[in-house]
Write a protein of this length. Structure first.
Length: 95
């Protein structure tokens, strides 16, 4: 089954579709001031333009890991995220 995920721009009114991510679990999303949204989807972090469009893979997890809960850092480009795997959870960053 194909799912669509929606993000609201913080306005009242209709919720607008941003991207069709396909099937899979979403473990967090972050909306950056620069106009990008980073989503933890399946076992990757994907970037989607806030104006809509196709997701682009930013980072893929190792086979034993899951990348979760992305957050933009104050520089607006670096994304902090949590890695869940065989060992203790780790914080990592990518820009």
């Amino acid at each position: 089954m194909k799912k669509e995920y929606y993000f609201s721009k913080g306005r009242r009114g209709a919720v607008i579709p941003i991207a069709d991510l396909g099937a899979g679990v979403v473990n967090g999303a972050a909306w950056g001031e620069g106009g990008d949204i980073v989503v933890s989807h399946r076992e990757a972090l994907v970037r989607v333009p806030a104006s809509g469009g196709a997701p682009d893979t930013l980072l893929r997890a190792d086979s034993s890991e899951s990348l979760r809960w992305p957050e933009f850092l104050p520089d607006g480009e670096t994304v902090l995220f949590t890695v869940i795997g065989a060992g203790p959870p780790q914080l990592r960053a990518v820009s």
